[in-house]
Ligand binder design. Structure first.
Ligand code: MG
Length: 161
């Protein structure tokens, strides 16, 4: 079996007046903050896309969806994820599994993790048990700890049957 692994990382600023969307799920921040960005700023899905692209050395999301391109303004990141997974499939590769860690002090992500895994799995055409979503705080250290932003790390393992 041929295997490829990729990793991804992203961070977006927390600001007032923006929605907070993680893993395709709309959340409420206790201070009403959301993630700033050109698209919907779904940092979890962005890290995942970079992991998928990285596994096949296809560059990064900035290359495929340039922030200066008006087509991606306010884009639903799950739609971009579908485009990335079709690049993977066109080349004969399949997703074996994905794993992610979201770094956020608030809100509590645990109640929403099942919904995020289901949303991502549906767009990728895989089962939810192939999509790991974990959450950690940064123990109030650094930019994520001070709630200046939310970050996410991701890995993707692909196979070519
Ligand atoms: Mg991003």
């Amino acid at each position: 079996m041929h295997l490829r692994i990729g990793n991804g990382y992203d961070i977006h600023r927390l600001v007032p007046g923006r929605p907070l969307i993680l893993g395709g799920v709309r959340l409420e921040h206790p201070d009403g903050l959301g993630l700033d960005g050109h698209s919907d700023a779904d940092v979890l899905v962005h890290a995942l896309m970079d992991a998928l692209l990285g596994a096949l050395s296809l560059g990064d999301i900035g290359l495929h969806f340039p922030p200066e391109d008006p087509r991606w303004k306010g884009a639903d990141s799950l739609v971009l994820l579908e485009q990335v997974v079709s690049l993977v499939r066109e080349r004969g590769w399949q997703v074996l599994n994905l794993d992610t860690v979201v770094v956020a002090e608030r809100p509590k992500l645990k109640p929403h993790i099942a919904a995020m895994r289901a949303a991502i799995a549906a767009r990728l055409g895989v089962e939810p048990d192939q999509v790991g979503v974990k959450a950690t705080t940064n123990e109030r250290l650094g930019p994520t700890g001070r709630e200046e932003g939310i970050a996410c790390h991701a890995v993707a393992l692909l196979h070519k049957p």
